[in-house]
Design a binder for this molecule. Structure first.
Ligand code: ADP
Length: 497
């Protein structure tokens, strides 16, 4: 009997990884490669899409050589979202740097549009917010930066897309993007599931340069003869956070996952219902299967693991991030210290770009361990605020699945359970993003009857953290201290300083 495996390409912000999963979800082979980051001006972040593609091909070749007796049956693709690439239709060569999701160069333009009162209509059409984070204003910037590019775009010589679109084009020759990626561009009408004429006109984007929007699973293309994996079908595509939600098998409405890496992304499956947030959360497409879309509510925390990094590299309080666990356990509480990690502003549900971080409650007795414990506690508090905002929007969450580099910290997982007062579930494979792409691809190639069956066969829960009994009063007082601290950072008093 042949042992089949599914290949997942996980194209991230700092590295590209390729993983091969067995039908039971075991990792058979993996390979990854970092690629250069370019910071040409403060606030600008660029990638070279050619270098990205090369890193994908190198990792893919390496994995294909290490499969042993397994036969690859399909490729799934997941990617850093919102980053825009502009390339030549004829050659596939990029004609400008890729502008990365972190890039803030269009902030003034976004503020000017807000000043004109354009945001409400943009929110209504896209489910997003008017922010430089999303793709449209970056693509507009590229086309405005050089009249020759605009001319060539209008003549049909140039194509544009997010990273999934570029990799798919170079691998298969198809100019496509899936609904989950399209829903992050600020050009996609979340009601009609098509590119929005009004928004394309507003951002001066010729629609003929945009990809065809396709399902997240199915026969999406075939790898070309000159690429690694020639002849393999591409059968799954999703943006990284949506893929991680699928990789955590959060396939029913009300199921949610949070990924704790540099920042934190919390997505709750809202099923077939597109929920409009009253709390500035994002309404986004989770995936599209057989022409039917599922949706998610998304909230992000800007600073999560990077707070621990800052304590390690900026303050020298830790020699290694993992040391934070033993330190947090070494004290019975944070000694009254509360950290608001607004180092780069406050994300959802506050959305205060001007807020800055603060440490409250310092006494002569405050030690390194108290500060580190407070930094971990801040993750629980911020997650609590997101979960509460989702509940305010009508999406109650009963348990949370977690992944990302930070959840190696078992103390943090237990604190999350205690502060959220709900079970926290941690899977055995923490590479949930790649796993999600493999699950989509397995379903898309027809090796599972439905997505749930594919997810069930490939995912496994490792540990469940239940809330500790009898902590209600302590929880309330900790949350009260947090709310007080956030209000001081978010409120007008400090902002005026
Ligand atoms: P990303 O994918 O965003 O680069 P990762 O998922 O690799 O991030 O997670 C890395 C982050 O997790 C780092 O910011 C690091 O400080 C933090 N981290 C790693 N291990 C631990 C730990 N045991 N306890 C707390 N934080 C950790």
């Amino acid at each position: 009997m042949t042992d089949f495996c599914t290949i997942a390409i996980d194209q991230g912000t700092t590295s590209s990884r390729v993983m091969a999963f067995s039908d039971a979800g075991e990792v058979i082979a993996q390979s990854g490669q970092e690629f250069p980051q370019y910071f040409p001006q403060p606030g600008w972040v660029e990638h070279n899409a050619d270098e990205i593609f090369d890193s994908v091909c190198a990792s893919l070749s390496s994995v294909l050589e290490s499969l042993g007796h397994h036969t690859p049956c399909a490729v799934g693709l997941t990617n850093q979202r919102e980053t825009v690439v502009l390339w030549e239709r004829e050659s596939g060569a990029p004609v400008a740097p890729a502008i990365v999701w972190q890039d803030r160069r269009t902030a003034d333009y976004c503020n000017a549009l807000k000043g004109e009162g354009a945001e409400a209509d943009i929110i209504a059409r896209t489910g997003l917010l008017l922010d430089p984070y999303f793709t449209a204003t970056k693509l507009r910037w590229l086309l405005q930066s050089d009249p020759a590019l605009r001319h060539r775009a209008e003549a049909g010589e140039l194509l544009a897309g997010t990273i999934d679109s570029y990799i798919a084009y170079r691998l298969t020759g198809e100019h496509i993007t899936d609904h989950s990626n399209a829903s992050r561009t600020l050009l996609y009408n979340v009601e009609t599931a098509t590119w929005d004429d009004t928004l394309c006109a507003l951002f001066s984007i010729p629609q003929n340069m945009l990809p065809r929007i396709v399902d997240s699973a199915g026969a999406l293309g075939t790898v070309k003869a000159d690429a690694p994996g020639a002849g393999l079908p591409l059968t799954g595509i999703a943006g990284d956070q949506q893929a991680a939600t699928i990789g955590q098998a959060c396939l029913e409405p009300g199921m949610a996952k949070a990924t704790y890496g540099t920042g934190c992304f919390l997505l709750a499956n809202t099923g077939k219902a597109l929920i409009r947030s009253k709390n500035r959360l994002l309404s986004t497409v989770l995936c599209s299967l057989d022409g039917v879309r599922s949706f998610a509510l998304e909230g992000s925390i800007f600073v999560s693991g990077s707070l621990i990094q800052w304590m390690r590299d900026g303050l020298g309080l830790l020699s290694d991030a993992s040391e934070s666990e033993a330190l947090a356990k070494s004290v019975t509480d944070s000694g009254g210290v509360v950290i608001v990690p607004a180092l780069t502003g406050l994300g959802a549900p506050y959305w205060n770009a001007d807020a800055r971080g603060a440490i409250f409650g310092l006494t002569r007795g405050a030690e390194r361990a108290h500060l580190v414990r407070a930094a971990l506690e801040a993750q629980s508090f911020q997650t609590h605020d997101l979960v509460q905002a989702m509940a305010g929007d009508g999406q109650t969450i009963h348990s949370l699945r977690v992944d990302g580099g930070m959840v190696a910290n078992t103390w943090l997982c237990q604190d999350l359970a205690d502060i959220l007062a709900m079970p926290i579930e941690r899977p055995s494979i923490v590479e949930t993003t790649a796993l999600g792409a493999a699950i989509l691809a397995k379903y898309g190639v027809g090796r599972s009857d439905d997505l749930a069956a594919a997810a069930t066969s490939m995912t496994r829960l490792e540990t469940r953290f239940d809330p500790t009994r009898g902590l209600q009063t302590e929880r309330e007082s900790r949350l009260a201290r947090w709310r007080d601290a956030v209000s001081r950072v978010d409120g007008p008093a400090l902002g005026a300083l």
